[in-house]
Design a protein around this ligand. Sequence first.
Ligand SMILES: [Zn+2]
Length: 321
Amino acid sequence: MWSKWEQTQPIASRIIANSLKRNRLSHAILLQGQTVAVQLEFALFIIQAKLCTSESHSRPCGYCATCQRILHNTHPDVLRIEPDGSTIKKEQIQQLQHELTQTSFETEQQFYVLIGAELMTPQAANSLLKFLEEPTGNQTAFLLVENQAKVLPTILSRVQIVQLLPPDQKQRRQVLLQQGIDETLIFYANALSSEYAKIKQLVHDNEFQQLIADLLKYVEQLESEQYGPLIAQIGLEKWFSKRQRALEIIQLLVATYEGVIHHGEWKVTICEQLREQLTRHQAQQRIQQLLQLERNIRGNALLSLALTGYHLELMKGSSKR
Ligand SMILES: [Zn+2]
């Protein structure tokens, strides 16, 4: 499991591994950068490293009962606080302190994780501050923060800030491929978002999967002699009822033609297929026309009219070929 973090978070891993080795883990660690989901995973991993009952020191197994309970939020000495609505309230911090002052159940150490710690109300933050200054026992805090600028400076001065790197595209692709996700789907999810949590959500989303299936069929028809633009358009119309969706589709189509021009690392069948059918110049032309369609839509043109206009342009283009 370390190897995963060593690969995706080399700097943070090194910092944490060093403090674990010297048995000097800070009593308050603020994780910043990345999404909260990854921050939580990393925080739980560190806690597992401290509590895992398997033999290898500071390398948690991930499988023993302790590791599993930490993961599934059923370990009595590992507490999580999440925002109640849009904020973390003073009462939640007080409740947490109350639970922590009860004697530790199984180990001599206790851990608590504040998910979205920047969402603490000022009262909650002050309450936590006192607790950070005068802990009642052997407690380690993890503050998971997406926006460090929103955290009180007095709190920042009392925590060790560990910066996580956002995942790069290559890592995201690798992780998802290993999970058996279709490469074309990952390719398109990447075209819509650079945020790993969002990409993960998209590739598992039924509507997105359906959209991509329709999009692939559309592109095939569009570029085939047999169907052509006006027939292909029919398959796309139902997705063009909302502006936001229409803009996303344009983004996906641009990504398709960019995939035709630049090979990159992706193995996307539709791009490989189009590479046989289109010249580079034609692919560039498609992108230009799509960007014009995007401008029309952003300029508040009626979606259906804009879509038809685009396909009529394509018709003109194909008769000139
Ligand atoms: Zn374990």
